[in-house]
Design a protein. Structure first.
Length: 239
């Protein structure tokens, strides 16, 4: 049950409501805050690259590159991206043990974080306001952009924390560079707003040690086999 699909774009994952797998790739292509492209133009660019004609022929038996086949190829790639070999997974499978520090971090995590970052995927798939100060230049209203409802103002999709050691910068706008800064935010940087999640209304009172332990736990969610799998790396010219 610890499989996790990773999407390749933060905004697309975090304030949208796209459900059907084959349509997922269309959103980041079209969205004006992401690629701001048209499917037609993407297909046209692919058609001009001989390498892709070859690859489409191999995969689909035709060198006629279409939007539909492109979306199919992209969604197949995304469903292949599963991560289930972090230390956390191995501890759950009783193959490894947490250090004392990681175990303390896990206990703190369950109390303070797991209501939103729910195990084993480390997200509850909902939208929440996690108390970030509003960035007055971007003024991204989050989920409200989609629903037009005031009650969704500043709510963002709860992201998974799997592999978050490597997903910096953090939050929808990349405002934090380290996990330490993120934990500090939750401990002492929460900004009150009418849509702020109720779990975050009371201060967490985490000591310096508590914060170090929490970060040690978060790092157990790193799956290096997944992250450094050459099949998922940037394609090289000659393969
Ligand atoms: C009320 C729900 C809620 C709680 C409780 C919560 N979070 Fe979050 N968390 C969120 C949301 C929503 C985001 C995304 C915000 C955004 O996109 O700007 C987030 C983002 C993050 C990120 C950034 C991930 C990334 O890849 O950018 C980290 C790390 C994180 N939380 C860790 C924690 C930790 C550690 C705790 C406990 C101390 C915690 N969270 C408690 C809702 C919550």
């Amino acid at each position: 049950m610890t499989l996790m699909n990773l999407a390749w774009s933060k905004t697309f994952l975090w304030d949208v409501g796209v459900n059907h797998l084959e349509l997922l790739p269309i959103y980041p292509i079209k969205s004006e805050v992401e690629m701001d492209e048209t499917m037609e133009n993407v297909v046209k660019k692919l058609q001009e690259i001989p390498k892709y004609q070859e690859l489409y022929k191999k995969a689909f038996g035709t060198d006629k590159i279409t939007g539909q086949l492109t979306l199919k190829a992209l969604s197949q790639f995304v469903v292949m991206l599963t991560t289930s070999n972090s230390k956390y997974d191995k501890v759950l499978r009783k193959e490894e043990k947490f250090t004392e520090m990681e175990q303390k971090g896990y206990d703190l995590f369950k109390i303070n974080c797991a209501s939103c970052h729910k195990e084993p995927l480390f997200t509850n798939d909902s939208f929440e306001n996690n108390g970030l100060a509003v960035d007055s230049t971007l003024n991204d209203i989050g989920r409200m952009r989609i629903t037009q409802s005031e009650k969704d103002k500043y709510k963002f999709k709860v992201p998974t924390l799997r592999n978050s050691q490597f997903t910096f910068p953090y939050m929808h706008d990349g405002r934090f560079n380290t996990l330490n800064e993120v934990v500090k935010h939750y401990n002492s940087g929460i900004v009150k707003h009418s849509t702020l999640a109720k779990q975050l209304k009371k201060p967490m009172h985490l000591s310096d040690d508590d914060r170090t332990e929490l970060v040690a736990f978060l790092k157990t969610l790193t799956d290096k086999e997944f992250l450094f799998n050459p099949r998922f790396s940037f394609p090289r010219e000659n393969n």
